[in-house]
Design a protein around this ligand. Structure first.
Ligand code: GLU
Length: 291
């Protein structure tokens, strides 16, 4: 039980970071410090179409300005180098092979759009991935002759109607049911890029992350990832999902909210301390900002 606490922050350099990212990362940092552990910075730059080096550089600069500190990362090194996902491809490929050999994944020619069109049920949350239709699933074992992912999408076959339970350290008990809350999900893309769910599990496991702090928009991803931890025979970390920062209209922040990007806030002369006392910062948090 004397395992050292290892947390991580994992920005994706597809745009400038905003106050919502800063808050999640700040909470991750505070939790690591309180536990006397380490915080790891991992750059999730797998998608060459969407990630840009200038955003990666700016993320480090903005977070340092904001007051975040970490002990391992692309800028300071550490025992689990490299800390950029784009340089960790062999690890993901090894995981793909394992899953394929176990018959847990299959190649799939349907696009995201096909899946969206096939699903009749109206989706309350349009950002949630539509559920892959059960009758499109190939027989078990399909795709096992492939020795490499090739130019194909690969999906993880979720166990029929199994419920994934976990105790979130902020939200308490959470439960998500396969084929009801989420379906067969992508683990590899036909453009040769490992999907988020696979890469993040492999890295969190290999980097010995003991607690994942992330936004609560990723709760269902956590359930999917628990299936991958099990399939890859890794032990899963604990999870703490943070509430999402909202703007004055109650809208969740996104990279398109340029006015709340850390870069612009800094250029406008704002101070990190006052941002950490602002209304947006405290949105959704339980603690009292006056304390
Ligand atoms: N790179 C992911 C993001 O920026 C990280 C999510 C996670 O914490 O797993 O959303």
């Amino acid at each position: 039980m004397n395992q050292e606490y290892r947390g991580r922050i994992a920005p994706t350099p597809t745009g400038h970071l905003h106050l919502g990212h800063a808050r999640t990362f700040w909470i991750a940092m505070e939790r690591a410090m309180e536990a006397g552990g380490k915080l790891i910075y991992r750059e999730e730059d797998l998608d060459p179409q969407r990630c840009r080096p200038e955003y990666a550089e700016s993320a480090i600069e903005d977070l340092r300005w904001f007051g975040c500190t970490w002990q391992e990362g692309p800028d300071c090194g550490g025992p689990h180098q490299p800390y950029q996902q784009s340089k960790r491809y062999p690890l993901y490929l090894q995981a793909w092979k394992h899953l394929k050999e176990c018959g847990l994944i299959y190649p799939c020619e349907k696009s995201r759009r096909d899946v969206a069109h096939a699903t009749q049920a109206p989706h309350t949350d349009e950002e949630q991935e539509p559920i892959y239709p059960e009758n499109w699933r190939p027989p078990i074992g399909f795709g096992q002759k492939h020795n490499e992912p090739g130019e194909l999408n690969w999906r993880f076959r979720v166990p029929d109607h199994r419920t994934l339970n976990f105790d979130d350290l902020r939200l308490g008990p959470c439960a998500f049911e396969c084929l009801r809350d989420f379906g067969d999900f992508l683990i590899w893309r036909k453009d040769g890029v490992p999907a988020y769910e696979l890469a993040v599990v492999v890295d969190d496991a290999v980097m010995n992350i003991t607690e994942v702090v992330r936004g609560e928009d990723l709760l269902i991803s956590t359930a999917r990832q628990l299936l991958l931890y099990e399939a890859l025979q890794y032990s899963a970390p604990t999870f703490y999902h943070t509430p999402l920062v909202v703007d004055a209209e109650g809208q969740r922040l996104a990279k398109r909210h340029r006015s709340l990007s850390l870069k612009e806030l800094r250029e406008a002369g704002k101070k990190p301390e006052s941002l950490r006392a602002s209304e947006a910062w405290w949105s959704g948090l339980d603690e009292d900002p006056e304390v």
